[in-house]
Design a protein around this ligand. Structure first.
Ligand code: CUA
Length: 159
């Protein structure tokens, strides 16, 4: 079978792109922790109000010094709001939804997760600079989607 020279160029080109994209996913996942948040933890959205962690979502520092932010996304707000965390400290965000699918991105960072009812999305991020960061819902969730925002205040130095 003979393949036209141009056809061959495009075949190798397309194959090369696939290899390049897979390499980009693999390398950034390993070196920069750019990866999808886990969706292995399930939760019942109907009983969220009585849940020990998400019934009253808040920022907690665990006994070994880790900072964990439990968040609930719901039409049309994030709880808690505002959120206060320390700078230069790994912060683990755990987020779920009380109603429909929402998005949760921290503007100006690579933190970006889905808030899906029935699941807990988790990721860890370190803020290198103190200041105010906006949280935006980036998944169309209803009439007031555009107003669904939150705030994170990153405070300098450990208390
Ligand atoms: Cu919540 Cu858009």
């Amino acid at each position: 079978m003979s393949v036209n020279a141009y056809e061959r160029v495009w075949m190798w080109g397309a194959g090369g792109l696939i290899v390049l994209f897979l390499a980009a996913i693999g390398i950034t996942a390993v070196t920069q922790a750019v990866q999808p948040p886990s969706h292995i933890e399930t939760i019942n959205p109907a009983t969220l109000a009585d849940h020990p962690e998400f019934g009253d979502p808040q920022v907690k520092t665990t006994a070994d010094g880790k900072v964990v932010v439990s968040m609930v996304a719901e039409m049309f707000q994030f709880r808690p709001d505002p959120i206060e965390v320390p700078v230069n400290t790994p912060i683990t965000f755990r987020i779920t939804s009380a109603d429909v699918v929402h998005g949760m991105m921290i503007v100006g960072t690579n933190a970006n997760a889905m808030a899906v009812p029935g699941y807990v999305s988790q990721f860890t991020i370190t803020f290198p600079k103190a200041g105010d960061y906006d949280i935006a819902c980036h998944e169309f969730c209803g009439l007031m989607h555009h107003a669904m925002v939150g705030k994170i205040t990153v405070k300098g130095g450990r208390p």
